[in-house]
Each structure stands twice: as structure tokens, then as C-alpha cells.
Design a protein around this ligand. Structure first.
Ligand SMILES: Nc1ncnc2c1ncn2[C@@H]1O[C@H](COP(=O)(O)OP(=O)(O)OP(=O)(O)O)[C@@H](O)[C@H]1O
Length: 278
């Protein structure tokens, strides 16, 4: 699926996250999380509501700090990686600025970086081409469908050519057909750019279809209970009908229920092999 190169994109070691520590509303969102994501790989996080998936993503993005443990991105501390724009983010709400055209939304991270106008324009055009929206560069977000807005958000996340893409239920609000089309587009984009991806979803089929590995988490306090390897080869329409795809879905479903996921790796045995590295 993706072109893999050596190395680790993301590493979390002994990570715990406690919100409101010492207060009556203290919440342990994550405990004992060890996770490494191989460069160029696609990893999904799945688990019951409130198990800490978004928190894990936010730790990688340096939007919250771990209570214990370390988070490194591209071999550097998460904070340094954020300042160096080592990753792009796309959330469920596309989060576009209504008063900016599509192209100027995509240019925004480049503007923040101080990139010159000419290069910004060229890069935005390139990214919009990639997501199939070149003809909509001068439109405003309100003139686009939800799926198109989500593609703009992906183009914006990729505009600085980040080696890592963090996505939190980006397709959650879309109809099934649009969702499947965007899944295929995302895989194509990741393959052509060599981007590593961490993808939060509630959909088992989506996690299996997209991922090299599916990280299964338990209810609060969130921990990784299982890492399920997926090996479906190049994805396409036939994949969605294949026995292997359904077998993958069954494995993840079992892991989520706490039973043994045949072919899955219990988390305790997993750290030796970085997630997504082959
Ligand atoms: N800033 C915060 N302050 C206090 N508690 C928080 C904060 N952010 C998250 N939490 C708590 O941490 C736990 C994990 O939340 P998180 O959003 O990471 O879960 P999730 O798995 O992404 O949930 P969902 O699938 O419903 O989106 C929840 O109990 C949540 O209430």
C-alpha cells in the first residue's frame, strides 16, 4: 500500500494522562501507553467512547502534555515537532474559515510559516489538485458539500508537506458513499506522499480498510489492549467484498469485546515491533 522507509514516526513511552489532578473531577484518561508508529504507515485508534483516543492524538500534537512518560515525533520531543510543523491535523469538523476562499484556507499554514505568496499559491494549487478540487480554488467553504470541505481540510493539513498526518474522525459526519470515496483518496494521497497517519475512528470497517495496524483501546482509564495487524494488500472496491476484509473486521470486533483476536498481538507483547513497521 504505502512506500515504507526505515524509522519511527511517533513514539509514546509509558504515557499516562490525568486531567484535573488532585481535584474532585480528576480523570485518568490514559494509562501505561506504549506505542510506536513506523514511518509511512497507517495506524488507526479504535475503542469505546471516552477511552482516550482524542487525548492520545492531542498528546502527539502537543496540544496537551503527558502527566508521565514521553512523546516523540520524528525523533524529537512533541513540542519541538509542533514548532517545526512536523504534522498536519484534520478533525471531524473541517474547521475552515468561511471568509477565506478554498485556496486561501489551504494557504493558511504556509502563511503562518512565513512562506512567500508565490510559493503559497503554487503549493495550494498542488494540494487542491491532489484532493481533486482544483476547480474550486476560488469558491468559499459554504459553497461546497461536507465531503468537499473535508477534502479542503485534508489539503490544508498536507500543505506544509508534513511527514505525519493526525486525523480525528475526519469522515464521521459524511454519508457512506462519500466516506468510502474519501477513504480511497486518503490512501492514494498517503501512498503518493509517503505520509504516516494516525487516524481515530469509531468505525471498525473503516479502521480495517485504511490501516496497516489497528490499535484497540479499552474503556477508561484508556490503555492499549491489542494491536491487530491488517494485511489486505492494495485496497480497492474488491477489498471491501473480500473474505480477508471481513476476517479483519471480526478480529477487531473480538478485540474490542475483550476476547482473543485471532492473529492480533496482545499489547503486552507488542512493543518489540513498532506499529506499522514491517
Ligand atoms: N481537557 C479535558 N479536561 C478534563 N477531562 C478531559 C479533557 N479532555 C478529555 N477529558 C476526559 O478524558 C477522557 C478521554 O477523552 P477523549 O476525548 O480522549 O476520549 P475519546 O476516546 O476520544 O472519546 P470519543 O470516542 O467519545 O470521542 C474522557 O473521560 C474525557 O472526559
Amino acid at each position: 500500500m504505502t512506500e515504507r522507509s526505515e524509522g519511527t514516526a511517533v513514539a509514546l513511552t509509558g504515557v499516562t494522562k490525568v486531567f484535573n489532578a488532585g481535584r474532585p473531577d480528576e480523570v485518568t484518561a490514559l494509562t501505561g501507553v506504549d506505542l510506536t508508529v513506523g514511518r509511512g504507515s497507517f495506524v488507526s485508534l479504535i475503542g469505546p467512547s471516552g477511552c482516550g483516543k482524542s487525548t492520545l492524538l492531542r498528546l502527539v500534537a502537543d496540544l496537551v502534555a503527558p502527566t508521565t512518560g514521553t512523546v516523540t515525533v520524528a525523533g524529537k520531543p512533541a513540542r519541538a515537532a509542533r514548532l517545526d510543523q512536523e504534522y498536519g491535523i484534520a478533525f471531524q469538523q473541517a474547521g475552515l474559515f468561511e471568509w477565506r476562499t478554498v485556496a486561501r484556507n489551504v494557504e493558511l499554514p504556509l502563511e503562518l510559516r512565513g512562506t512567500g505568496r508565490r510559493e503559497r499559491r503554487a503549493r495550494a494549487r498542488e494540494m487542491l489538485d491532489l484532493v481533486g478540487l482544483a476547480d474550486f480554488a476560488d469558491h468559499y467553504p459554504a459553497q461546497l458539500s461536507g465531503g468537499m470541505q473535508q477534502r479542503v481540510a485534508i489539503a490544508r493539513a498536507l500543505a506544509v508537506h508534513p511527514p505525519l498526518l493526525l486525523m480525528d474522525e475526519p469522515f464521521g459526519a459524511l454519508d457512506e458513499m462519500t466516506r468510502e470515496r474519501l477513504q480511497d483518496e486518503l490512501l492514494r494521497i498517503c501512498a503518493s506522499t509517503g505520509t504516516s497517519t494516525i487516524f481515530v475512528t469509531h468505525s471498525i470497517p473503516e479502521a480495517v480498510y485504511l490501516s496497516d495496524r489497528v490499535v484497540v483501546m479499552s474503556a477508561r482509564p484508556g490503555r492499549i489492549t491489542e494491536v491487530v495487524d491488517v494485511d489486505l494488500g492494495p485496497r480497492g472496491e474488491a477489498t471491501r467484498q473480500s473474505e480477508e476484509f471481513f476476517a479483519g473486521i471480526t478480529r477487531v470486533r473480538r478485540a474490542l469485546r475483550g476476547g482473543p483476536a485471532k492473529g492480533g498481538v496482545p499489547a503486552a507483547a507488542a512493543p518489540a515491533s513498532p506499529v506499522g513497521e514491517r
